[in-house]
Every structure is written in structure tokens, then in C-alpha cells.
Ligand binder design. Structure first.
Ligand code: AMP
Length: 185
């Protein structure tokens, strides 16, 4: 496991726990020589995780669609910035580059990215681990919704089992390493 894709809010959210978790994850990725692959933004939790990884000497690759580069949201100090023609190409590139997927707290953009990765894992299109960093319990309602989807017969228990969850970055990375070892990604 060398490249970790992190999905995260373009905003910082209400609680300081969200930014603290993003910063800790960035530091830990750098300390473990793991390259951060992310959406290339400079704002919110995206900016926090990227800045923390860079400050700790880590390597950070941003993947951003051309339309978002002109409006001053793209991070200017990354190890590498890949500019794609559109969102579809961006997602494909982020998937291609990464060995695992982690969602920090975020909004619909983050939900979309996490659920796409999980859906494709469910269908067997990839075997890369998918994880939720449940900082400050932000994702508790979503996990309840997913358990409800199992109870109501829309989601297989196995799919729920594919989603690694942890409240803190250290535990999350340990869990990812365990899974990725078993799955040989
Ligand atoms: P959201 O969770 O709705 O704030 O969206 C964040 C996710 O969508 C990130 O993981 C990015 O990949 C993508 N995204 C949304 N807004 C931006 C932006 N301004 N710059 C770069 N990526 C963004």
C-alpha cells in the first residue's frame, strides 16, 4: 500500500475535531511514507490534510478538473497536480492512482466519492479497501442509514462489512494495512 486516496470536505465543518483528524491523518500518511492522493483543493478539510502531509515532508498528488483550477481553489504547493478534462476523468485517475480510499467528514462531494468506491468494491470491480474516518461521530447517522439499508433488504451485510470505520487516523491506518495485506492490493 503506497498511495492513499482521501475524500474530504471543501469546507471545515462545525467541530474542531474534524480539522484535527484531517491534520493528524496528513501527518500520519507522511510519517508512514504513504502518498496522499486527493481532490487538489486548498480549502476546508482538503486543504488541512494536504498542508499537514506536506509540512511533515510527505508527498501529495492533487487531481483536479480544469474547471476548478481557475477559481483559486486549487492548491499551489503540491508535489504534483494532475489536471483532468472533467470530473469523470478525475475520478478515474484518483481510482487508478490509489491503493485505498478514506473519507474524512465532508458533504455531498465526499459522499459521492466514498459511495462510488464502495459500490464498485461491492460489485467486485476493485479490491481496494474503503474506509470512513468517523471523527467526532460525524458519520454516525450515515452508518445508521447503512444498517437500516441492510435491515430493510437493500444492502448486503457483506457490503457493510467492506466499509472500514474508525474514530481516529491511527486506528484507521492500522485497519487499512490489515485489509490491504490480506487482499494483496
Ligand atoms: P464536499 O464534500 O461536497 O465539500 O466535496 C468535497 C469532495 O468533492 C472532495 O473530496 C473533492 O474531490 C471534491 N470537491 C468538491 N469541491 C471541490 C473544490 N472546490 N476543489 C476541489 N475538489 C472539490
Amino acid at each position: 500500500m503506497k498511495h492513499i486516496c482521501v475524500f474530504a470536505g471543501a469546507g471545515s465543518g462545525r467541530l474542531p475535531e474534524y480539522s484535527a483528524a484531517a491534520a493528524e491523518l496528513g501527518r500520519l500518511l507522511a510519517a508512514n511514507s504513504l502518498t496522499l492522493v486527493y481532490g487538489g483543493g486548498s480549502t476546508g478539510l482538503m486543504g488541512v490534510v494536504a498542508d499537514a502531509a506536506l509540512a511533515a515532508g510527505g508527498r501529495v498528488i492533487g487531481v483536479i478538473p480544469e474547471s476548478l483550477t481557475g477559481i483559486e481553489v486549487d492548491h499551489k504547493g503540491l508535489s504534483r497536480m494532475i489536471v483532468t478534462a472533467d470530473m469523470h476523468e478525475r475520478k478515474a485517475e484518483m481510482h487508478r492512482l490509489s491503493d485505498a480510499f478514506v473519507a474524512l467528514p465532508g458533504g455531498v462531494g465526499t459522499f459521492d466519492e466514498l459511495f462510488e468506491a464502495l459500490c464498485w468494491a461491492q460489485l467486485g470491480f476493485h479490491k481496494k479497501p474503503c474506509a470512513l474516518l468517523n471523527a467526532g461521530g460525524y458519520y454516525d447517522p450515515l452508518l445508521r442509514l447503512m444498517r437500516n439499508a441492510v435491515d430493510e433488504g437493500f444492502t448486503d451485510k457483506k457490503t457493510l462489512g467492506l466499509l472500514i470505520t474508525a474514530p481516529a487516523p491511527g486506528e484507521l491506518l492500522a485497519a487499512l494495512r490489515g485489509k490491504s495485506g490480506r487482499r494483496k492490493t
